[in-house]
Ligand binder design. Sequence first.
Ligand SMILES: Cc1cc2nc3c(=O)[nH]c(=O)nc-3n(C[C@H](O)[C@H](O)[C@H](O)COP(=O)(O)OP(=O)(O)OC[C@H]3O[C@@H](n4cnc5c(N)ncnc54)[C@H](O)[C@@H]3O)c2cc1C
Length: 380
Amino acid sequence: MPVDRLLPTDDAVDLIALTRDIADKVLDPIVDAHEKAETYPEGVFAQLGAAGLLSLPQPEKWGGGGQPYEVYLQVLEEIAARWLAVAEGMSVHTLACYPVFAFGTEQQRKRHLADLVGGELLGAYCLSEPQSGSDAGSLATRATLDGDTYRINGTKAWITHGGVADFYNVFARTGGPGPSGISCLLTDADTPGLHPLPQERTMGLHSSTVAPIVFDDARVPADRLIGPEGIGFKIAMSALDSGRLGIAACAVGLAQAALDYAVEYAKQREQFGRPIAEFQGLGFMLADMATQVAAARALYLEGARLRDAGRPYSAEAAKAKLFATDTAMRVTIDAVQVLGGAGYVSDHPVERYLREAKVLQIFEGTNQIQRLVIARSLTR
Ligand SMILES: Cc1cc2nc3c(=O)[nH]c(=O)nc-3n(C[C@H](O)[C@H](O)[C@H](O)COP(=O)(O)OP(=O)(O)OC[C@H]3O[C@@H](n4cnc5c(N)ncnc54)[C@H](O)[C@@H]3O)c2cc1C
């Protein structure tokens, strides 16, 4: 059942209608086949880009859609309800464009932004490493200035779009230990010495590519350094504040899809001579699911509205990510329960939804890390 949204402008109403139309025509017909065959949906991101959906929150001045974050996130939620891997890909692309928008020089913006948000290129965000996940400030990949290039050496882990991205925002150490030694480099995928390794086999998001990336003396022009040396960690964390709202919206979309499927099933399936939806034990379960989804949506919208108003929103983004992804986990587990045995087989999408929900509690900062962010904001 489509969510009845309160949208701030007529533009936003049209955008949601366009998104639903694209989801009906482009995503729905192929999602199951790709998820089952574990294949990357070649061409799908280009179609979303051509429709303007890959650049919604970026300023119009730089070729973006100029939409409030509140609207961008609701588009993301609509896509996630149809195909989480694609919504996650949109969110990661937005994360990858963010450093140039927010921290690039005027010259870098002029040179790169039109391409980055043009809809044809796909971006990746390279922060995690085999030995540094939650403790990103301890990353070991090094970028050494050599004349007018940086030579990057090291290995990045779990990179979404690894091997299919056109550009990578790489966080690497240009200085001493700790967060203040980290810088950010906008790196083209065809940089000699940048080698994606074979894709990881994941529990869910089977059509998404996730791969380690090895940098073996990869030479990146020095003018690709985003911001001055040493502010890379600040860029990475600032990007994640925005990205976490995106993951929250993805989680709400997934949970809404699971809820809708469970409700329809419960109305059709009969036991003891009546639809199972009429049993209070199940009806209450559906009521709790619906309430949690609504609360999670309200939380991410609150964070987005603060962001749109230029107010601090870091703790709100963490709360939204924490609550929405825990909600997606609970709601997808309950959706499987509502379907009984049918929920456990892959003929119904709730089995996939449950597998997909888990990663939302892990990436862009695990939910333990979100609690750290929230707790710090309370005592600061
Ligand atoms: C499918 C997928 C896609 C990903 N995509 C990307 C990507 O595009 N770019 C990217 O850079 N990374 C990406 N990641 C990596 C992801 O962000 C990390 O997996 C995540 O940040 C956790 O790091 P870790 O796996 O090293 O776990 P660890 O940091 O080793 O954590 C292990 C456990 O310890 C807990 N823990 C750690 N520190 C603390 C603490 N201080 N207090 C309490 N608990 C703690 C964690 O919560 C977790 O439960 C992706 C991961 C996956 C699975």
